[in-house]
Design a protein. Sequence first.
Length: 263
Amino acid sequence: MINKNTNLYISIAANPGNIGANFYNKKFKTNSLNSIYLPIKPNSNIKNLKSTLKFLNIKGCSVSMPYKKKVISILDNVEKVAKKLQSVNTIVQKNGKLIGYNTDAYSISTILKGVLKKKNQRVLIVGNGAMARVFVHYLSHSKFVNSIYLTSRSIKKNNYKFYNKKRISFIDWKKKKDIDCDLFINATPLGMIKYPIFPINQFNFDKSHQILDVVALPDVTNLCEFAKKNRIKYIGGKKFASLQADKQYEIYSNLNKSLTKDE
């Protein structure tokens, strides 16, 4: 029963869905936690989020695009990996302090460990946002990766200044079809509901043996359908979302335990 002791968790996104709400509210109920989760579409400046979280005593906030970098400026503390990636997708409030984490990093690192098994891999990443930076972070340290190609309609090279430049090549959007790769990664919202479909015919998949698509809604995107039809191994966004949500829930549930002790 919702009452004055109920802990409130929210998510913020440009196009919020109900996946997170279904996942968390089911988890809270199963584990008998007096908590609820509510997806929200912000309609004001992100700077107001800090006062809102503190005023309403919101315990946790999941962050989706395009806010993952923007929220850093309002936080009191950011974990090491999230700070380096300049990307936060999880905020918790404890003792009046807002702390930022990145559980996308956990999901991506976990999946890449299972995917990267052969040396001298050539990887093409489509995208220029928070998810692309997480992929670059782990791929640039992998002994299995020889070359990382990044392409987007507007690449911001400064976002990658801390990574191994010898492995990274920035590809002009008009020349993206010239690149063949072993591993193809879509780190954009293309293919998501309410977004254009992924432009498959603009890329070269002749040598691709694996496709990763971070889009979680719909369950099977046009890029994943293409991979299945052409017998290319693929992992869709639902897997990424599930792993990061499990890690995020772990952070939230630990917070609940600490709150019980503190309060």
